[in-house]
Design a protein around this ligand. Structure first.
Ligand SMILES: [Zn+2]
Ligand SMILES: [Zn+2]
Length: 293
């Protein structure tokens, strides 16, 4: 029996293992409780044998690169998150970032941080540059310029190193697609936590962008995501946790981790009307192709 309703903070139970191994294409192990080794073992025990560890700031990007070097089955991506870039330039008066309040550093500080991302992107265990992109939900108009400048710089870094671009797009679909078109997208581009509708999925499909679905595809109010998943070409579909966030139903609100990927895979298989093994086979090879490992 799952934990009772009062046990809202408890880790959800282990799902039944997948028969065909898949990858969690986007996770944040550094924001989850417990050790990396335990998280990987638990995930592998249910068929999630590979994870992509995503960096959001300099410290997190260095950590992602170190963790990927230390563990088989972990690949890293490095970046300044779209909400991190404006904080570097303008400071962080509210101090909600993990480092706490920060003094404004101006454009030069952003350039310095981007130079470090560039250096990390050259490491062999770093397969991607991201998460980058645009977030108009958390960043207000005053941060837009820094955010877009950072996004463009990340696209350039990804292309120069032959890395996969990992996009974070929150309430910014049109501008993300515009900037990608203006800069020219890298050969491999992933929309993490895909949040567009079916119409946007057609645009992504036309451009060859991967669409990575997270636990929110299981949410009752996410019909648009399920419609997008139904029309996306199977060879461009990925699955992710974005853990510790976006825990799939019926565990919404409880801590997420890579071992919960099978819950989302099963929901996705139902949406597409394919059996679990067929979908898992596609997800496994798609993720390897998307990140070039
Ligand atoms: Zn994101
Ligand atoms: Zn993320």
């Amino acid at each position: 029996m799952p934990a009772n309703a009062s046990d809202k903070n408890a880790a959800p139970p282990l799902p039944e293992p997948l028969r065909v191994p898949v990858a969690d294409s986007h996770t944040h192990l550094d924001m989850q409780s417990g050790t990396v080794a335990d998280a990987l073992a638990k995930a592998a025990s249910v068929g999630v044998t590979t994870v992509v560890q995503v960096g959001c700031d300099l410290a997190g990007s260095r950590w992602a690169a170190e963790t990927a070097a230390a563990h088989d089955g972990v690949h890293a991506t490095v970046a300044l998150h779209p909400n991190e870039a404006p904080r570097i330039v303008h400071g962080d008066p509210d101090g909600w970032s993990r480092q706490g309040a920060r003094e404004p550093g101006g454009d030069a500080a952003l350039d310095d941080a981007l130079a470090e991302i560039d250096r990390l992107a050259a490491l062999p265990q770093v397969r991607g540059v991201g998460e980058t992109g645009l977030d108009y939900f958390r960043t207000g108009p005053e941060g837009k310029e820094a955010q877009e400048r950072s996004f463009r710089a990340h696209i350039e870094i990804a292309k120069r190193h032959g890395r996969t671009l990992v996009i974070h797009d929150r309430d910014a679909h049109a501008d993300v697609l515009r900037v990608l078109k203006e800069e020219g997208a890298p050969e491999r581009t992933v929309f993490h936590c895909y949040s567009g509708d079916a119409e946007m999925a057609e645009i992504c499909a036309g451009a060859g962008y991967f669409m990575s679905f997270a636990g929110n595809v299981t949410f009752k109010n996410a019909r648009n995501l399920r419609e997008a998943l139904s029309v996306a070409p199977l060879e461009l579909v990925l699955v992710e946790t974005d853990a510790p966030f976006l825990t799939p139903a019926p565990y919404r609100g409880r801590p997420n981790a890579p071992y919960l990927v099978p819950v989302t895979v099963r929901a996705m298989a139902a949406v597409r009307g394919v059996d679990e093994d067929t979908l898992a086979t596609a997800l496994g090879s798609n993720t390897a192709r998307a990140f070039g490992y």
